[in-house]
Write a protein that binds this ligand. Sequence first.
Ligand SMILES: [Zn+2]
Ligand SMILES: [Zn+2]
Length: 304
Amino acid sequence: MQLYIHFLGTGGSWPTVQRNVSAVAIKRGGEIILFDCGEGTQRQFQKSKLSYMQITKIFITHFHGDHFLGLPGFIQTLQLNDREQPLHIYGPKGIKELVYQILHLGYFRPSFPIFAHEVKDGDAIEFEGYKIKVANACHNVPALAYSLEENKRPGKFNKKKALELGIPEGPLFRKLQYGESVEINGKIITPDMVLGKPRPGRKITISGDTMPCRSVVKLASKSDVLIHDATFDSSLEERAREYGHSTAAQAAMVAKEAKVEKLFLTHISPRYKNAELLENEARKIFPNSYVANDFMEIEVKLKK
Ligand SMILES: [Zn+2]
Ligand SMILES: [Zn+2]
């Protein structure tokens, strides 16, 4: 199954010509999971290759405007496009009230089911093939970080071993590959006899707005991709602390400590017309660092 990350809004605080406010979409197979929904996110979708009709779930990190003000317009756009399937919106305590208010703005009444779910630090919400883990971030208001973690895949199938055990090539191979035991000449063959060790799935962590934070390091442990707040460069570290954000160097330290594969810096302050400064700063600490830009698309491949 293919998995892509689409950056739809990589700016901090307010939309600029270069960057819209926070939104990142993960496309996994035919499903899109959206993390944060800044103003104008539905327009960002239209400028990307994605269809917003494929969204099944939206996860909101916190209730600063640049992370959720896109929700009312987004929901109304879905309705005008005749959406019928349900939409699930997850977020910190207060998300139910917020969604209720959104659904009672002006004359709007939704014609498709919308469910709001409050989630908290330590939650792991199971879906088909993956789970979303939740941890507290360290911001100046209650804020959450999320990680999408795929289930382990069965180990590699050892064909030679299977043939040696007298299993004929064909449907019995498939049964074993899917974890079922089979019987051959009165002998039971269990999957572990022909399968290698389970292989890890992919893991992507989204910090949301945060200072360097212990619980985010823990959540991000060994992620394939970490998407982390890097609002400022190191010369503004004091300011970063004051507003509950990270510098690029701090994001890189989190990436290093969490032993992730790749770091994307996001929530870039509007003051940086060219964010190369942030990328260079991060790379000194964690070489595999990149500044995320709007409409950047990253494929995350399964490890062999
Ligand atoms: Zn923000
Ligand atoms: Zn914020």
